[in-house]
Design a protein around this ligand. Structure first.
Ligand SMILES: [Zn+2]
Length: 217
């Protein structure tokens, strides 16, 4: 589905989970594109947000006046430098470090050889270091459950190691690389370095990948 909306240079954050203020000021305008479901008239509601990490942003909701179609986005108005954040998570306090991943961020757990890359289904999210593990665990557990993995035991081993990390029995590292600079790990011990143009250009656009042989222990 392609819908063109005003403000084309803005960066989409996708389905970021936000708590909206009930009385936020907003604008509502008709837009030229017909509804992708029923060809009916679409309207767009925009509200300006000041997000704690992303800065200025626009929350947009496109809705059809004739059917139930709705599509919500958060558009960032800021473009930062390509950055890599990494945090070695060794204790409970660091497991709670806030992690912000924009739609263009690649998240890695090097100890597991696991990567979450930008792609059509990529979600922007705000979570903590432990929450990142849970997101990877959901995908790895799916590989075990569906039995599509050539070596189901290997996928189970990854899940078991993730459980040990979630329970604090094994340290792990969270790395986020983002060419837009809009991802971050918010902790005093985070190592934050700019990406070189080559590094930023070499970031892949795929989905979830796991090296089930155990990664770079
Ligand atoms: Zn419609």
């Amino acid at each position: 589905m392609n819908i063109s909306i005003p403000g084309g240079g803005l960066k989409t954050l996708g389905r970021v989970r936000l708590t909206m203020e009930a009385d936020l000021p907003f604008d509502e305008v008709p837009i030229d594109t017909p509804c992708p479901q029923c060809q009916g008239p679409l309207r767009m509601i925009t509200a300006r947000l000041d997000l704690p990490v992303f800065g200025d942003a626009l929350q947009t909701t496109i809705h059809c006046t004739d059917c139930a179609f709705r599509h919500a986005d958060v558009l960032l108005t800021r473009e930062g430098r390509p950055m890599r954040d990494s945090l070695h998570v060794t204790d409970e306090e660091r497991r709670r470090a806030r992690v912000v991943r924009s739609q263009s961020g690649t998240v890695r757990i090097p100890e597991l050889g696991a990567a979450m890359e930008p792609g059509p289904a990529a979600d922007a999210f705000i979570t903590n270091a432990e929450g990142v593990l849970w997101r990877f665990r959901d995908v790895a557990a799916g590989a075990v459950a569906t039995g599509t993995e050539e070596r189901p035991n290997a996928a189970q081993e990854v899940v078991d190691r993730m459980d040990a990390m979630i329970e604090g029995k094994e340290p792990f590292t969270v790395i986020i690389e983002d060419p837009s600079g809009n991802s971050a790990i918010l902790h005093g011990a985070t190592e934050r370095v700019p990406l070189t143009p080559d590094e930023a250009a070499s970031l892949k656009h795929g989905a979830f990948t796991f090296e089930v042989d155990g990664g770079t222990t």
